[in-house]
Design a protein around this ligand. Structure first.
Ligand code: FEO
Ligand code: CA
Ligand code: CA
Length: 633
């Protein structure tokens, strides 16, 4: 097999893509000059420096697509399991029971299911110890229960709720290998019934009050925890995504109001079935419970007894992740995507500056600030690399028509119905915003727009950053805030890549942008991560049929891109039926942690243990180089 990408560039012009990609030109060279630093360079010295930096950024060959029930990596790399679904967290936790007969209580004491976004928190002054906070997004009934179907009892529902949320674990390094520490006093589960506090402008609002909580400020549980964020003050942000799917109604005639409809409320509960055995999730009985979910939740991993807090100032929608930035004058910025077809991209800016010297002073920083939503122009229409301009629209009660006459009596209602407020302001409907990351090198922001088969239908016309009808492959959007200040109200955008299949669809829009080749093609970019050297890691949650429009793409995978040149190489392929999601790096970049979610979601996998007739188990993998070197270099 040929591991080297035959499209690998060989000289500066190809390296910066000038011949193939007009968009990378002066801007990228300027950015490169910025991070290379140090005064003015001659044009040739600059060119040599850019080439040297770009030559060394991706130090591994692109690997072939694969359909095996295993992890594929470039030569010289290895993968081991850090932790898997059901692993006991405490010394007295019950062992994983592959039969599915383990209790709800046992699951509350074990690593949750379907790990997703995660962050690593080193212990100050000890390079061999760290905590990891890891989301457990949902659970697969096929494997959770012996009956393999929807919950049939309150105990079943309780067990499903126990499998979701967040796991906090301690990890320690010995002989270069990071390992999970069972029994650490920091190990903790936060799940669908953990007491959580609500804070910020919506806390205490009438719309958050229920029979069980007349304060509107104390809620049970977080679930459908998709991706994550890590604050500069050492806390973890977990993002509630498809929360509406957990609700249903015992009243088949129940009529939903526009707010409930916009968040997807339905009688049938999307095959999750909690409301049939837990009245908290029955919209006929507890309609306001729905408003208490769909938030970003802040957790202090170093205090296992702390109460997690839902930060309502960041708005309520189907949160994918939360990417932290900072304004020129030192305030916190949180970029967030709402993952549904035609939904929006948001950013929050704190009122007060971050206190970098005193982390605990930032404890309530995310309770005060302003939420904005993005509007993009139609751009220049370049089919390979469209670019244009955009602006941030303020979601503050009393401004921009957000008043009682339009259905918003106060700021709490603006935040609880952030989607409706953003629509009123004319925000741009996007192709399912998934993860957002901020480049550590130049502050540009990248967002995966995973796919949208309804683009082009009524109400969702093709537009600048969403350029294809019936978009089955997705794209990665990038923007640079004006004057490189993340507090800016305007920005310049372009598409970093447009995914496609140049093998099946050569020469048309489904081929994707010029940096997509038969050697690196993939669909539905979802997870994103930057390492400290500025490599952009791309994780996929796409169609793994390896047929039709997806022929040659194989299983879901992880790729690595050079943000300056646009070059992309396939780094890892996951096992059968998985999604690759969740990424974190050890501080020395010599271990990459990556999540394998729902291997064998429809059968066909026994990953990672490969026991005869064994169950597949979602797992966090630790990727290392055989020579102990920096990952990707
Ligand atoms: Fe949980 Fe949008 O992915
Ligand atoms: Ca995702
Ligand atoms: Ca996805």
């Amino acid at each position: 097999m040929t591991l080297l990408d035959e499209n690998q560039p060989t000289d500066l012009e190809q390296m910066v893509g000038l011949s193939r990609r007009r968009f990378i030109g002066a801007g990228a060279l300027c950015g490169a000059a910025l991070f290379l630093g140090g005064g003015l360079m001659s044009r040739s010295t600059l060119a040599q420096s850019v080439k040297a930096a770009n030559d060394s950024l991706l130090g591994f060959p692109t690997i072939p697509a694969a359909t095996t029930d295993s992890i594929s990596l470039p030569p010289g790399y290895n993968a081991s399991v850090l932790i898997s679904w059901g692993q006991p967290l405490h010394t007295d936790s019950p062992a994983f029971d592959a039969s599915g007969n383990g209790s709800a209580k046992a699951q509350e004491l074990q690593f949750g299911d379907n790990n997703d976004g995660m962050s690593l928190f080193p212990f100050p002054g000890d390079e061999n110890r760290a905590l990891m906070a890891i989301n457990n997004e949902y659970t697969n009934y096929r494997y959770l229960f012996p009956h393999g179907g929807q919950p049939t009892s309150a105990e079943d529902v309780h067990k499903a709720q126990a499998a979701e949320g967040v796991s906090v674990i301690e990890v320690q390094r010995s002989n270069g290998q990071w390992q999970f520490v069972q029994g650490s006093p920091y190990n903790r589960r936060i799940h669908g019934n953990t007491p959580i506090r609500m804070s910020g402008p919506a806390s205490g609002d009438a719309w958050l009050k229920t029979a069980a909580d007349n304060s509107g400020g104390k809620v049970l549980g977080t679930f459908q925890n998709c991706a994550n964020g890590k604050t500069p003050w050492g806390t973890y942000l977990t993002c509630e995504e498809n929360f509406t799917d957990c609700f249903g109604s015992s009243n088949p005639q129940q009529a939903f109001d526009p707010g409930q409809k916009r968040y997807g409320a339905s009688v049938a509960s999307k095959d999750i079935g909690w409301h049939l055995h837990d009245p908290r999730f029955d919209l006929a009985k507890n309609p306001n419970e729905l408003n208490r979910h769909g938030w970003v939740v802040e957790i202090d991993p170093f205090d296992p007894h702390s109460t997690p807090v839902k930060r309502t100032a960041l708005g309520r929608f189907k949160h994918e992740n939360a990417a932290l930035g900072e304004t020129r004058d030192g305030r916190a910025v949180v970029y967030m995507g709402d993952d549904e077809r035609g939904e929006f991209i948001y950013k929050f800016i704190s009122r007060d500056p971050i206190d970098h010297k005193n982390p605990t002073a930032n404890r309530n920083l995310l309770d005060h600030g302003t939420l904005y939503v993005a509007r993009f122009d139609n751009g220049d229409g370049n089919p390979d690399q469209p670019k244009g301009k955009g602006q941030w629209l303020e979601l503050t009660h009393g401004k921009n028509g957000l008043n009682a006459a339009n259905g918003f009596a106060n700021q709490a209602q603006v935040l609880i119905h952030a989607r409706l407020a953003a629509s009123l302001l004319g925000a741009t409907r996007m192709d399912r915003p998934e993860w957002i990351v901020v480049s550590p090198k130049d502050g540009q922001v990248y967002c995966t727009l995973t796919n949208n088969v309804k683009r082009g239908e009524e109400g969702q016309p093709v537009n600048g950053p969403n350029p294809r009808e019936k978009n089955i492959y997705g794209q990665i959007l990038r923007w640079r805030e004006s004057a490189d200040d993340q507090g800016a109200m305007t920005f310049d955008w372009d598409l970093f890549l447009i995914a496609g299949n140049p093998g099946v669809h050569p020469g048309d829009a489904k081929a994707g942008s010029a940096n997509i080749t038969p050697q690196n093609m993939f669909n539905s970019p979802d997870g994103l991560g930057f390492d400290a050297d500025g490599r952009l890691w791309i994780l996929t949650d796409g169609d793994y049929s390896n047929s039709g429009d997806f022929t040659g793409m194989g299983n879901n995978q992880m790729l690595c891109a050079n943000p300056t040149t646009g070059e992309i190489r396939r780094f890892m392929v996951g096992p059968v039926g998985c999604e690759v999601t969740g990424i974190a790096f050890a501080p020395d970049q010599r271990t990459l942690f990556v999540g394998i979610q729902h291997p064998g979601e429809s059968g066909g996998s026994t990953f990672p243990e490969h026991l005869p007739n064994g169950k597949p188990r979602s797992s966090v993998m630790a990727i290392r180089r055989d020579d102990g070197g920096i990952i990707g270099a």
